[in-house]
Design a protein around this ligand. Structure first.
Ligand code: B16
Ligand code: MG
Length: 216
């Protein structure tokens, strides 16, 4: 079988922290009088905290100093982290749960490749931090998706050729990252519009038929 491991994106794939991100950025944008819609929010998927702020500030009426940007990013994170206190094991996406169970039963490796610096906190709240062989997150990388760094590092830490790792992503930037890292890319949600995807489905659970097919 070609696929030996699955590298999951976190936000939007394992759980829906995207709404908590949205509400936190919305609070910052409102306070600063910057227009920020759900459509604008789509551009922030998979993008690092600072790069997300830069996108929001594109619509600002004045320039912001590096110190002001640091302060806004910090404030957004405080609001976001407060929002995370509401999540727990029941917030694991059922499709992701199905995929993780299948991988466990078939001896395939599991990894996380996320841009989020809050990855360990989120996995802890979901109660699944111990399920993964490898976790690469925003603290391990210098360049955010669509750069290949996050998935290349996850595949290297798994000790596998990149082409034997399947990445599951909900963001276009994530599919671009996976493909430039030489991994296979499974697109769900917004990422399905990315022409670089190798496979697509509704949610992470849809990788199971693909893996079953490969196992046959
Ligand atoms: P943090 P993912 C990404 O997570 C989110 O999609 C993106 O909206 C967020 O800005 C980024 O993490 C950084 O998050 O502020 O917690 O470091 O989709 O790569 O799991
Ligand atoms: Mg995501």
């Amino acid at each position: 079988m070609g696929i030996k491991a699955v590298i999951f994106d976190l936000d939007g794939v394992i759980c829906s922290t995207d709404e908590i991100h949205y509400r936190a950025w919305r609070a910052i944008a409102d306070e600063e009088g910057i227009p920020f819609s759900r459509k604008d929010n789509e551009r922030l998927r998979g993008v690092s905290r600072m790069a997300s702020l830069e996108i929001i500030l594109e619509k600002a009426k004045r320039p912001y100093s590096p110190e002001e940007k640091e302060a806004l990013a910090e404030k957004k994170n405080q609001i976001y982290v407060e929002g995370l206190s509401s999540i727990g094991p029941s917030d694991i996406d059922p499709g992701a749960r199905k995929a993780l169970d299948y991988l466990g039963e078939h001896g395939l490796k599991k990894a996380i490749g996320s841009s989020s610096k809050n990855t360990k906190r989120i996995l802890g709240r979901l109660g699944i931090a111990d399920e993964f062989d490898v976790i690469v997150d925003g603290n391990d990388i210098k360049r955010s998706k669509p750069d290949p760094e996050v998935f290349a590092l996850a595949a290297d830490r798994l000790g596998l050729p990149h082409g034997e790792c399947l990445v599951v992503e909900d963001a276009v930037a994530g599919i671009e990252s996976a493909r430039s890292a030489g991994c296979l890319a499974f697109a769900i949600k917004d990422a399905r519009k990315c022409p670089l995807k190798d496979y697509e489905g509704e949610n992470a659970g849809d990788i199971v038929p693909l893996l079953e097919e490969e196992n046959r």
